[in-house]
Design a protein around this ligand. Structure first.
Ligand SMILES: [Ca+2]
Length: 180
């Protein structure tokens, strides 16, 4: 997945089928979601690490997850990973908090398919983005990037939530799969 504020806007408030098949512009200058079916195919027979990268107010931050896997569609594209993969930039400045921990082993939820553990509603409808929601907490990198003028987390739930202390505006958000 890629979201750069300077590339053409792509709406991430999408249906199950759209998240399954992928959407957006996969070209060099595009924002996109690769597609859950591809994530399943790519991670099933390979040992992949998953890197969440973001730039917030000019500072690059990232977090690695090891042995990242996404199950097939009939089991809800369930996500699994190891949180203890070495994070090479654990110097405070470049370290992105382990925001996926809360979403360990969750199924994927979209506006039209509620697989989350929030019994009162659908987290994708609340945040207007598909993700491996638990009880709507943790992070949702698929949410809208906040304007640069926002230096604290907005009370608007449709904005992306990532635990970066102090600074909440982001210029870029990338989710990258690499071989371990
Ligand atoms: Ca629910």
């Amino acid at each position: 997945m890629r979201k750069y504020t300077w590339y053409p806007y792509v709406d991430f408030n999408r249906t199950w089928d759209e998240y399954r098949d992928g959407f957006g512009d996969l070209n060099f200058h595009g924002n996109f979601w690769l597609g859950n079916e591809k994530l399943f195919l790519v991670t099933t027979h390979r040992n992949m690490k998953f890197n969440i990268q973001m730039t917030t107010l000019g500072t690059f931050k990232q977090h690695f997850y090891g042995t990242f896997q996404v199950s097939n569609e009939s089991s809800g594209y369930q996500v699994s990973f190891q949180s203890n993969y070495p994070n090479t930039l654990e110097d405070g400045l470049h370290y992105l908090n382990n925001c996926m921990e809360y979403q360990r082993d969750m199924l994927f939820t979209t506006i039209d398919r509620d697989n989350d553990l929030n019994s009162g509603g659908n987290c994708a409808q609340i945040h207007l983005s598909g993700w491996w929601y638990n009880d709507c907490g943790g992070c949702n990198p698929t949410g809208k990037l906040q304007p640069k003028s926002e230096t604290h987390q907005s009370s608007d739930p449709t904005y992306m939530s990532v635990p970066v202390p102090g600074d909440w505006a982001a210029d870029t958000m990338q989710l990258i799969l690499e071989n371990m």
